[in-house]
Design a protein around this ligand. Structure first.
Ligand SMILES: [Zn+2]
Length: 155
């Protein structure tokens, strides 16, 4: 599943990317161009704007009703076949949505703090922004937040 979200949903976009879903954050106004882009790219529309649901649009559109991120994610997971699966976590750049590439310790040497290099063995690199990701201390919280009970390392 691929998504496009309006600019009110920045945090939700970040979490969909954490879960590995291709998600565009649309920074322009919520209008016909927004819907046209969604249609062209085959993306499900996520919007906070209620009257969007009444517009003519042949694609899939979900009005996100809740203010709280946790409830927003839960509502999406109830309605759509999206899951927080270990093997999909952290496969996309949180900043720019690019698919991440596996990187070796040698490749990231000098680019991450030395304690990270010493304690981590698996890294992922964004080919677009050159961001480097590794399993951080927040990963347990991420698993808890997404309702995953497996303590499996996401990378
Ligand atoms: Zn990036």
């Amino acid at each position: 599943m691929r998504f496009i979200a309006d600019r009110n949903l920045g945090r939700l976009v970040k979490w969909l990317r954490i879960m590995g879903y291709d998600t565009v954050l649309y920074r322009g106004p919520v209008d016909r161009l927004f819907l046209r882009k969604a249609e062209r790219e085959g993306r499900t529309v996520l919007t906070r704007v209620r009257d969007m649901a009444r517009r003519q649009f042949s694609g899939s559109l979900i009005v996100v009703e809740d203010d709280r991120l946790e409830n927003q994610l839960k509502a999406l997971m109830d309605r759509l076949p999206i899951r927080a699966e270990t093997e999909r976590l952290f496969t996309r750049c949180l900043r720019c949505n690019e698919p991440l590439q596996e990187a070796t310790r040698e490749e990231v040497a000098g680019l991450v703090p030395s304690y990270v290099l010493e304690t981590q063995s698996r890294f992922r690199l964004c080919p677009n922004c050159r961001g480097i990701f590794w399993p951080g201390t927040h990963r347990k919280n991420i698993h808890r937040f997404l309702g995953m009970n497996s303590p499996v390392d996401p990378l």
